[in-house]
Ligand binder design. Structure first.
Ligand code: SF4
Length: 693
């Protein structure tokens, strides 16, 4: 079989299969590093700038390695791109077929048992569910995967979906009557057989969390893992190694328990179904009281740290009441299960997983009790907080420092680990050229270079116990020629009362220069709302699209189709959004994206650094903001032909000591502080390039 070098290199099978394929030296360099790390069972940190073709650079050596490799991405979009586009492309080019599998989180798959139970429930009789349920029934008959993404016409937030989706909370496993034909079972069997399994970080950490104290697991065993979009690992791991109990999770648990109890009551009128149903209502009422009293005591913030003394007085009584209501529900469902299995009721009855569903309801009530008491009791090295999102309230407890967990459970356990992202170093391509020794090998480092020190510290490999290979592959795009970074000095500081209006005026001036085609990315909903009120009058005739007014995919489609629109958005558009070409030619970044200073997890991490004598601002806030800013900048130039302007309206980059550091992380575009230079640059571009490129 051909080598990685031959496959990706000039004249290789990929370039023969794809007319637009270009062999890139950065891609080859990365592929060689991945190949070596997989072979020698090492660790690689690799920043690969936009356009290096990093997915092929790890997929090809992973497929050729002969090892079982898990590829984990942060987003479902990248997961699907790898599975549906990149892997088939390699297979076509090589004329070979590799055993590969795609595993999404369980909630992406229909659970046949839950669907059957939901169909028999009184709610299912509501006319508003009829169409969805019919579509779902035909879907489970025809689909090979049971993945909701294949069910066109069912919105992600369809109310039926959480009632019929699989989840680790609701999966029965082998005793389930649908086990053998179950979509999740089939997905796992395929993953067992596959050489390369594409997962996402959520599933990866869900598996890792299960492998801890219990003998369970979600993923098959593997020899190596490649994390793409690796800059997001810590945030996602924090969620999975934390404990969360939400109003919504309790409601779903209650709906399932009620369904199972009603079905049991119908089978066994002597069971006294009313008592079971009363226990469901008791949990409902006490959960209302608990979350209400907690919310009152905590205050109105969206995410707020809870100190230990909040769980006293009225909140403590509400917690005890909820705990005993959950205990009552566990007992009621358990007794219903016992009654169903009683000899008097044995005999022919429809095939059903009802006893298992009741047992599951009892287990979920006990799990909720235990999660609740663990959160309330807290513990060293954890932070407890309350989170509000719409109608949902979540009580959570998260580990503050995950570095030991990363080191022990990943870097010291998995033989070969590759971390890659377009933003993994806090230095830019200007200051961090690929480091090579005499034989063309990337630098193998026992102590982190400044470029990777932030993530190496966060991921527990900052010390000398672990060998790490570091590589920065710069983007092949010509930023110097094609991009201009505009950082005005004449705007007020972002916290000045006049900033919002002055920033809106500057956005309008910039949009006039480029004729729209702009992303205006804010760091808060307040600024998003201000701009969406203020900009229409300043940009008459321009199509303004605002995040939240319709789904993200629909907004992006409208933006691309218009070609001259202005899209105002916040966090979720700073990364993972790809609009190549003329439609996006201006990216305005309202300010340096520092994380919210009151965010409970960040505050707790800051306190830990302070206690260790470090500056939380320089060690945490600045590098995290540099990475986020680099992501925002990265929206602009997506292909060799893209041209445009990035404007950062935050004058602190000039005035504050950290400004230089933050700017040095960005790609090497031309820089200016003058709006006249921006006009001149755009005039030049317009003369140099034909029409809409
Ligand atoms: S095995 Fe689990 S996921 Fe599959 S149908 Fe049964 S309960 Fe649902």
């Amino acid at each position: 079989m051909a080598t990685t070098e031959e496959i990706l290199g000039p004249g290789g099978p990929l370039s023969r299969a794809l007319s637009a394929y270009e062999s890139r030296s950065g891609q080859l360099e990365m592929a060689r590093a991945v190949e070596r790390v997989l072979r020698e069972e090492r660790i690689l940190f690799c920043e690969a700038g936009t356009g290096t073709g990093k997915t092929l650079a790890y997929l090809v050596p992973a497929l050729l390695s002969g090892k079982k490799v898990v590829v984990s991405t942060a987003t479902r979009a990248l997961q699907e791109q790898i599975f549906q586009r990149d892997l088939p492309l390699i297979e076509r080019a090589l004329g070979l077929s590799f055993p590969v599998a795609l595993m999404k989180g369980l909630s992406n798959y229909v659970c046949k048992r839950r669907l059957a139970e939901f169909r028999q429930s009184p709610e299912a009789m509501r006319p508003k569910y009829a169409r969805t349920l019919d579509a779902l029934s035909s879907f489970v008959e025809e689909s090979e995967t049971g993945d909701f993404a294949e069910l066109a016409g069912m919105a992600e937030d369809d109310p039926v979906r959480p009632e019929v989706a699989s989840s680790s909370d609701t999966r029965i496993g082998a005793p389930c009557q649908f086990f053998d034909e179950c979509f999740v079972t089939q997905m796992r069997r395929e993953a067992e057989r596959a050489r390369l399994v594409v997962v996402n970080h959520h599933l990866f950490f869900a598996d890792l969390a299960l492998r801890g104290p219990h003998p369970g697991r979600v993923l098959p065993d593997y020899d190596a893992v490649v994390f793409d979009e690796a800059h997001q690992l810590e945030d996602i791991a924090t969620e999975f190694f934390g404990m969360r109990i939400s109003r919504r999770r309790l409601d779903r648990m209650l709906a399932d328990a009620e369904r199972a109890l009603r079905a049991a009551g119908a089978l066994d009128p002597l069971f006294g179904g009313d008592a079971g149903l009363r226990s469901v209502s008791a949990v409902e009422v006490s959960a209302d009281v608990f979350f209400h009293s907690l919310g009152e005591a905590a205050g109105k913030d969206h995410r707020i740290t809870l100190e230990r003394d909040i769980f006293t007085g009225g909140v403590a009584s509400a917690w005890h009441a909820l705990d005993s209501a959950l205990e009552g529900l566990a007992a009621a469902t358990e007794s219903a299960r016992g009654r169903l299995s009683a000899p008097s009721l044995r005999g022919p009855r429809p095939a059903s997983s009802l006893p298992e569903a009741l047992e599951l309801a009892a287990r979920r009530s006990e799990d909720a009790r235990s999660a609740l008491s663990q959160v309330v009791e807290g513990g060293a090295g954890r932070v407890t907080y309350l989170e509000r999102a719409g109608q949902n309230v979540t009580l959570a407890s998260s580990p503050v420092d995950l570095s030991t967990l990363f080191r022990e459970r990943i870097f010291e356990t998995v033989p070969a680990v590759v971390l890659t992202s377009a933003t993994l170093s806090t230095a830019g391509s200007r200051s961090s050229e690929p480091q090579e020794d005499g034989e063309g090998e990337p630098e193998r480092s026992r102590s982190p270079s400044s470029a990777f020190s932030y993530f190496r510290a966060r991921y527990g490999v900052a010390d000398s116990r672990v060998d790490v290979t570091e590589l920065v592959v710069p983007s092949p795009f010509d930023f110097e020629q094609n991009a201009l970074l505009y950082t005005p000095r004449d705007l007020p500081a972002p916290n000045h009362p006049s900033f919002g209006e002055r920033a809106a005026l500057r956005v309008a001036e910039l949009c006039e220069i480029t004729g729209g085609g702009a992303f205006v990315l804010t760091t808060s909903h307040r600024m998003l709302q201000h701009l969406s009120r203020s900009l229409p009058a300043k940009l008459p005739g321009k199509r303004l699209l605002v995040q939240g007014s319709r789904p993200k995919a629909a907004l992006l489609q409208a933006f691309r189709a218009d070609g001259h629109a202005v899209l105002i958005a916040t966090q979720s558009f700073w990364e993972g959004v790809d609009v190549p070409g003329h439609a996006l030619r201006l990216v305005v970044l309202e300010k340096i994206p520092f994380s919210v200073p009151t965010d409970p997890v960040m505050v707790a991490r800051g306190r830990e650094l302070e206690a260790a004598g470090e500056s939380p601002f320089m060690k945490l806030a600045v590098p995290a903001a540099a990475i986020a800013l680099k992501q925002g900048f990265g929206r602009l130039i997506r292909t060799q032909r893209d041209v445009g302007i990035v404007a950062l309206l935050d004058e602190r980059v000039h005035r504050r000591g950290y400004g230089k550091l933050i700017l040095s992380a960005l790609p090497g575009a031309k820089r200016t502080e003058s709006l006249d230079d921006v006009r001149a640059f755009w005039r030049d571009v317009s003369e140099r390039l034909p029409g809409e490129w």
